[in-house]
Design a protein around this ligand. Sequence first.
Ligand code: HEC
Ligand code: HEC
Length: 319
Amino acid sequence: MNPWHEDYKRRYAQLKENGKSFFPHTVFKDVCVALLVLTVLFALAYYRPAELEPLADPTDTHYNPRPEWYFLFLFQALKFFPGNLEAVAAILLPGLGVLLLMGVPFLDRGPKRHPFDRPLWTGLGLAGIAGFAALTWAGVRSPLTNPTEEADPQVAAGRRLYDQMSCAYCHKIGGKGGAVGPALDKVAGDETEEWLTRHFKDPQSVTPGSAMPKMNLLDDEVKILVAYMKSMHAEEPFTKAAPKIFADNCAACHKLGKEGGEAGPDLSFIGTARDKAFIKKYVEDPSTSKPDSAMPAFKGQLTDVQIEDVARYLSSQGR
Ligand code: HEC
Ligand code: HEC
């Protein structure tokens, strides 16, 4: 037998002779620590409860699925493996890792216990930890795949009401739903708010003979449904020239982001308050929307195409 075994046995016998018994001494310590951990857990659960996210919504293209931080390394590792190889990263590699961990007592048979005396195994362990850390960090910094949306509470409420009222029985959004009425993500955003409001109060009044039932909605309900419908308008792309048109003609009076003048309102979030149609009309001739407007009319100054372009550009600001 190895000499270190003898050593170990002698020390063990000695410790056993003058040591304290497992019960109650060690058990007491265990119970104390377990109680402490439980208390902390309870306190955390009570004061900082994990929050539930909204119900999964297949029509919400702004959602960014992300795991908790302790799974980010796996999330990141998956990105190195294309589709059909995912199982390698998700099951095979972690499985091998765990097998290796279980094997350590059999593989590392050296008598020395100090980490510095076992460079290979200590090194492997450290490399593993460094790998986790690096993958986790890369996962934290990896760009979101979907654009984040300023959560507009009206739109969110409208979306919930849409679900509750089973509008999907007749309408499609994001390709899901019935076909009695039109696909709302294609058409509803283009209607004006007034039209939508009247339509919701009484569909027949704007579309004679409409098959859409009158639903006796409260004014508040109409408002959030309209907000939801308007939020779906198809993004109309602006050209590369739009920012320049703005810089040349508007930035003297308007801020956009950090830059611009103070004479007119900051337009950084205009897209959350005004739609393209409003902006276009305003730019063409402000006095039609605001009789005492201090802003010059741009019809004639800019071509229709340019005004359309800058209106699209602005209506996307802050969205
Ligand atoms: C029984 C079927 C039915 C139900 C339920 C229904 N709709 Fe409709 N909807 C229609 C039909 C048919 C039309 C097309 C005729 C019209 O414009 O009124 C329509 C039109 C619309 C339009 C106008 C689209 C456009 O721009 O032309 C909107 C917006 C709309 N529905 C929203 C809703 C919402 C929101 C709900 C739920 C609160 C709902 N609908 C429930 C059948 C339905
Ligand atoms: C001489 C200064 C000036 C210039 C140049 C100017 N604006 Fe304005 N703008 C204003 C002022 C002041 C207001 C505030 C309301 C009013 O008096 O019309 C305003 C209001 C607006 C609004 C309405 C904001 C709201 O929500 O009610 C929009 C949109 C707008 N401007 C867009 C533009 C665009 C686009 C251009 C360039 C093509 C431009 N403005 C050029 C001064 C200017």
